[in-house]
Ligand binder design. Structure first.
Ligand code: HEC
Ligand code: HEC
Length: 225
C-alpha cells in the first residue's frame, strides 16, 4: 500500500509540475468576483439576491449569508447541488459551481461582518407570552417540540457548524424552510431533527416563530445584544 501511495504522490507532483500550477492553486478562487459577476459558467452573481453585504433581502425572503458558519454554508451549497435541498433559484447556481468555488464562497461569506441593518430589526419584538416567543424559548413538550433556542443558541444566534443562526434571517425565509421540511422539498437535516419538529407545527405556529426570530437584533459579532 505504501508503494502505491508514494507512486500516487509522485504522480501528483508530476501533474502539478507539468501544468505548472503553484501549490494551493485550487484555493485561488476569487470568491468576491463570483459574488458580483457570477462564475461565467452558469452561477449567477450572489449579490443580486443575497445583497452586496450578504445581509439577504427581507422583502423577498432571500437569506442572510454574512457571518454564517463556513462549514454550514458549504453543506447547503452541496445539498442544493446534490438535490437534498431543492430550490428553483439556488440549485442551478450551486450545480454550476466547482467544489473549490463552493468552499471559497462559503469561507468568504463566513467572514463578512454583520450588516448594520440587521442590528435593528424593522419588526417589533413579539411579547414574551406570544406563541412565537413560547415556541422559541420554551418549546411545546406535549408535541415533543423542544425550544428552538436549545439547538439554535440563545435568541437564535447559531451554534457552530450544525445549528445555523435564525436571528437576522427574514421571517419569510424561516417560514419557507419550515414548510419545505413539512413538504419534504428540504430533507438535508441530520437525524431529521427539523422535519419531525416542523411536522408538529401549524401554519400559525410557523408564522409566529418565524416572526419572533426575525425580530431578534444582532450585535456586530453576530450575537444578540
Ligand atoms: C436569483 C437569486 C439568487 C442568487 C443569484 C443566489 N441565491 Fe443563494 N439563495 C436564494 C434563495 C431564494 C435561497 C433560499 C432557497 C430556499 O428556499 O431554500 C438561497 C439560499 C442560499 C443558501 C442557503 C442559506 C442558508 O441559510 O441555509 C446559500 C449558502 C446560498 N444561497 C449561497 C449563494 C451563493 C454563494 C450564490 C452565488 C454564487 C447565490 N446563493 C446566488 C437566492 C439566490
Ligand atoms: C434538536 C435540535 C434542533 C431544534 C430543537 C431546532 N432546530 Fe432548527 N435546525 C437544526 C439543525 C441541525 C438545522 C440544520 C439543518 C441542515 O444541516 O441543513 C436546523 C435548521 C433550521 C432552519 C434553516 C436555517 C437556514 O439557514 O436555512 C430553520 C429555519 C430552523 N432550523 C428553524 C427552527 C425553529 C423555528 C425551531 C423551533 C420551533 C428549531 N429550528 C428547532 C436543529 C434544531
Amino acid at each position: 500500500m505504501q508503494h502505491v501511495g508514494s507512486r500516487m504522490l509522485l504522480l501528483g507532483f508530476g501533474l502539478a509540475a507539468a501544468t505548472a500550477l503553484p501549490v494551493g492553486a485550487a484555493h485561488a478562487v476569487d470568491a468576491a468576483a463570483i459574488t458580483t459577476q457570477g462564475n461565467g459558467k452558469g452561477a449567477a452573481p450572489c449579490m443580486a439576491c443575497h445583497g452586496v453585504d450578504g445581509g439577504g433581502q427581507a422583502s423577498t425572503g432571500n437569506p442572510r449569508l454574512a457571518r454564517l458558519d463556513a462549514a454550514y454554508l458549504q453543506k447547503q451549497l452541496d445539498d442544493f447541488a446534490g438535490g437534498a435541498r431543492t430550490s428553483p433559484v439556488m440549485q442551478a447556481t450551486a450545480m454550476a459551481l466547482s467544489d473549490d468555488e463552493r468552499a471559497a464562497l462559503a469561507a468568504y461569506y463566513s467572514k463578512l461582518p454583520i450588516p448594520p441593518v440587521l442590528m435593528k430589526p424593522v419588526t417589533p419584538m413579539p411579547a414574551t407570552d406570544s406563541v412565537g416567543a413560547v415556541l422559541a424559548t420554551r418549546g411545546r413538550w406535549d408535541k415533543q417540540v423542544p425550544a428552538c433556542v436549545q439547538c439554535h443558541g440563545p435568541s437564535g444566534i447559531g451554534v457552530g457548524a450544525h445549528f445555523p443562526p435564525l436571528a437576522g434571517q427574514p421571517a419569510a425565509y424561516i417560514e419557507a424552510q419550515l414548510k419545505a421540511w413539512q413538504q419534504g422539498t428540504r430533507h438535508n437535516d441530520p437525524l431529521q431533527l427539523m422535519q419531525h419538529l416542523s411536522n408538529a407545527l401549524s401554519a400559525q405556529d410557523i408564522n409566529a416563530v418565524a416572526g419572533w426570530f426575525a425580530a431578534q437584533p444582532l450585535d456586530a459579532k453576530g450575537a444578540t445584544p
